[in-house]
Write a protein that binds this ligand. Structure first.
Ligand code: CUA
Length: 385
């Protein structure tokens, strides 16, 4: 928008990365504002410095300046004006921050597992990628991220998003790409020898091309289906029921559990979210469901972070209520989910204007593509925060 490039003869010095997400213009506008304030005051102070040095210079060797007494008006002015300017930066900055880090409920979900030194992405439809992430243009994409080893940080300059990826917990990030193309992604946290090589691309595609890309991974099982397989293999099913009619087993019934409040031993309740499920798999006694014996063994070292995410995808697919609170799973509403094409309608069919040209759009802030996966249809109501 502004100040994107400073041109000098022959060489073009990129002043800031290309803007390719709905969020990028907000960051750049704030940055430009800071820059303008800085330029204005630097210039003002430098000019005054020179003017005063000349005007009030000592003219005779024995000159003694007149004493100056304080001025209330002057002091109030130079206190209040900077305060007001600082507050505009604070309010603007805070609102921009919340825009970036408050993840929308309805979004296409992608799981991210970082490890030295690569990025692994898993789509709810089952496709897995390393160091490449394919997404459709104009769709809100939510990344749920963790790492198998040390702290990494996912950074996509063109989207103006960055978030640490921390061992032992999930962090989230979201974006909505506005232009097709290929955009660098980096690890932005020093993580060992090959930190500098830990990068890749986000490839933003037109919805039709994205559909084709998805179809190219035909045969891929959905994340939930992979989780279901694991669930059987690891014997989870011998204690946990997964269908609505089932009796409570030795462990809590998992049907419809995701998104609920679970009463726990000791006191209080805990929200059943990704983090709670992960903790319950790795450290089952940490927050024991009320009324159950502490008999579940830990599955630490038996399932890796990717598999835990698949188990989560499966558990949240069990009896997820319509318009589920936490947004997308590969789930059309109830029952088990298998196959690569379950979930919401395709981007192509639900675009606001399916006949629109498919050339890359430049900086359109409000393309109307509902998430690829994640809800059983009526999803557009709640699109924008
Ligand atoms: Cu991973 Cu730096």
């Amino acid at each position: 928008m502004l100040l994107t490039q400073v041109s000098v003869p022959q060489v073009s010095v990129p002043f800031s990365p290309e803007q390719a997400s709905t969020f990028a213009p907000h960051v750049d506008a704030l940055y430009a504002y800071l820059l303008l304030i800085t330029i204005f005051f630097s210039t003002l102070i430098t000019l005054l410095l020179v003017v005063f040095a000349v005007k009030y210079r000592r003219r005779q060797p024995d000159e003694v300046p007149r004493p100056i007494s304080g001025s209330m008006v002057l002091e109030l002015t130079w206190t209040i004006v900077p305060l007001l300017i600082a507050m505009t930066i604070f309010v603007w900055g805070a609102s921009t921050y919340f825009k970036a880090y408050r993840v929308p409920h309805q979004a296409m979900e992608v799981y991210v597992v970082a490890k030295q030194w690569m990025w692994k992405f898993q789509h709810q439809t089952g496709q897995r990628e390393i160091n490449e992430l394919h997404v459709p243009v104009g769709a809100r994409v939510k990344l749920t991220m963790t790492t198998e080893d040390v702290i990494h940080s996912l950074y996509v300059p063109a989207f103006r998003i960055k978030q640490d990826v921390v061992p032992g917990r999930y962090t989230q990030l979201w974006f909505e790409a506005t232009k097709t193309g290929s955009y660098y992604l980096f690890c932005a946290e020093y993580c060992g020898t090959n930190h500098s090589g830990m990068g890749g691309h986000v490839i933003v595609m037109e919805p039709t091309a994205y559909e084709q890309w998805l179809a190219g991974g035909a045969g891929a099982e959905s994340a939930a289906a992979q989780g279901q397989k694991l669930f059987q293999e690891r014997g989870c099913a011998s204690c946990h029921q997964t269908d609505p009619a089932g009796q409570q087993g030795r462990g809590p019934t998992l049907y419809g559990l995701f998104g609920k409040q679970q009463a726990i031993e000791g006191d209080g309740t805990v929200a059943v979210d990704e983090s709670y499920i992960r903790e319950s798999i790795l450290d089952p006694q940490a927050k024991l469901a009320l009324g159950f014996q502490p008999i579940m063994p830990t599955f630490r070292n038996q399932v890796n972070e990717e598999q835990i995410l698949q188990l989560i995808a499966y558990i949240r697919s069990l009896g997820q209520p319509q318009g589920g609170e936490s947004g997308g799973t590969a789930q059309g509403g109830g029952g088990t989910t298998t196959g690569p094409t379950t979930g919401g309608a395709s981007p192509t069919t639900e675009r606001s204007n399916p006949l629109a040209p498919t050339s890359p759009r430049q900086g359109n802030p409000s393309p109307q593509l509902p998430p690829r996966v994640g809800q059983g249809g009526a999803a557009n109501a709640n699109r924008r925060q």
